[in-house]
Design a protein around this ligand. Structure first.
Ligand code: HEM
Length: 437
């Protein structure tokens, strides 16, 4: 592939090269870096990762890069390219032959370099794992999960209500997300608190690039996955409602059973992927509704609006900036060359605020006509497998929080999350309980 099509881009490729020159960014005439994937030592960064991790600052940076240098480079985190335009991100995510996931799919990546399916596999190896997970997330199954999740959301919120409030991310969000995973995977109920704590520690270690603790907590997650796998080998369940059984039923393209270590890896990934985004999303949503009390009250009075509101919140607060691909062949975008082996982050959070696609991009607009085009769940083969479950779980959480309160507001300092995510990871709330319930 020599050139990515970028329909809908504001400027042509050449115009971008000129803009980048004005920014004193050397246009690439060739990459003398030598080894595959390495960057030449004299390459300059177009930007640096903001140490505050403040989403407002990050979005201002994305806005600047999107209009002045839409394929930007940084030496931070070992060096990577960054895409900020909606059309470029959509096109890259859809082209899984050129933008592969099997080398580096997240910046920064797992410090141990472990590759687990489905996120770190390319088609066709990716396909059976994805088929297995998709089978367990169909509408009928989700409807059976709904009352269970409502009960968990009620019970987790009650703990905060008893105290007049608490952290909607680290307490309610982390525990509720663990319940969502526990019910989806049909884990023993005793696993939920262990999962909530272990996954939170593992994610924090990853964000700190702390290899020792990543290993420690990853091993515990592997133990849970291995025990689940061993049980389902002996006691298979219905493939449409049990992810472990569904994975066991799949074969590779030659019709051979999938390797046990890969199945365990897929289960281990399934244990944590769904734990990361929901607490951050709830931080973004509750902070927004704390700042806009009128909207908070409107959603409380008209619960039918919660579905479309959550979709707009996912557009605004998708907590990912680090999902990436590695290019398998030379790619030219906006007049710059990405060499084979070099990583590119597809900043879904930036794409979702591209004014060419979403007018008034930083504002909450209910019922945007093109809201279903947002990139909050990614695109292409690796688009979020859990999207239908995540959407339902968020709608339930927001409904319960609104129903059980008369008002809520942020009453302490927010904490912002590091790369590969972005957003609010700690959001203390004062909760005024509703008298009606
Ligand atoms: C609001 C919550 C969530 C958001 C915003 C979200 C977002 C995403 C995004 C953007 C990707 C694409 C990664 C890429 O392009 O490389 C992804 C992948 C994935 N997500 Fe989610 N996710 C959420 C919740 C969940 C949940 C609850 C589950 C599991 C039940 C889940 C399972 C997965 C899996 C398995 C993948 C990898 C898919 C593949 O590689 O084929 N996610 N998610």
């Amino acid at each position: 592939m020599e050139k990515l099509g970028v329909p809908g881009s504001v400027l042509s490729g050449n115009a971008h090269v000129n803009t980048c020159r004005r920014l004193d960014i050397e246009p690439q005439k060739g990459c003398p870096g030598g080894a595959k994937g390495s960057f030449p030592e004299n390459r300059k960064s177009d930007f640096h990762i903001d140490p505050s991790n403040n989403p407002a600052v990050l979005h201002a940076q994305f806005d600047h890069l999107r209009s002045t240098c839409p394929l930007a480079f940084t030496l931070d985190k070992g060096g990577f390219w960054l895409l900020t335009r909606y059309a470029d991100i959509k096109a890259s995510a859809a082209d899984h032959n050129t933008f592969i996931s099997s080398v580096k799919a997240v910046v920064p990546s797992d410090p141990r370099g472990t590759r687990r399916p489905p996120l770190n596999y390319d088609p066709p190896n990716h396909t059976p794992y994805r088929t297995a997970l998709d089978r367990t997330l169909r509408p009928q199954r989700l409807e059976r999960l709904r009352p269970l999740l409502e009960k968990h959301a009620e019970e987790e919120l009650e703990k905060l209500l008893q105290r007049g409030g608490g952290d909607i991310c680290t307490e309610f969000g982390a525990n509720y997300a663990a319940w969502v995973e526990t019910e989806w995977l049909n884990l023993d109920h005793a696993s939920a608190p262990v999962l909530a704590e272990t996954a939170a520690r593992w994610v924090n270690a990853w964000r700190q690039e702390d290899a020792e603790n990543v290993m420690k907590y990853s091993t515990r997650l592997y133990d849970i996955a291995r025990a689940l796998f061993a049980d389902r080998k002996d006691n298979p369940r219905d493939t449409a409602s049990d992810p472990a059984t569904s994975l066991l039923a799949e074969q590779d393209e030659k019709g051979e059973p999938l390797k046990e270590e890969h199945l365990i890896g897929a289960l281990r990934q399934s244990l944590v992927v769904g734990m990361v985004a929901p607490p951050l999303m709830l931080g973004g949503i509750c902070n927004h509704l704390s700042e806009d009390q009128e909207l908070q009250q409107r959603l409380r009075e008209e619960p039918g609006l919660i579905g479309p509101a959550v979709e707009e919140f996912i557009r605004l607060y998708v907590p990912y900036r680090g999902f990436s691909r590695t290019v398998s062949s030379k790619v030219e975008i906006h007049g710059r060359i990405i060499r084979p082996g070099q990583p590119v982050t597809m900043t879904y959070a930036a794409g979702n605020r591209d004014p060419q696609v979403f007018p008034r991009p930083h504002e909450f607009v209910l019922d945007r006509p093109n809201i279903s085009s947002h990139l909050g769940f990614g695109r292409g083969r690796h688009r979020c497998a859990g999207a239908p479950l995540a959407r339902m779980a968020l709608q339930i959480a927001v409904s319960v929080i609104l129903k059980r309160t008369e008002r809520f507001e942020v009453n302490g300092p927010l904490q912002f999350v590091r790369m590969p995510e972005m957003g609010i990871m700690s959001c203390p709330l004062r909760l005024i309980p509703s008298m009606a319930v």
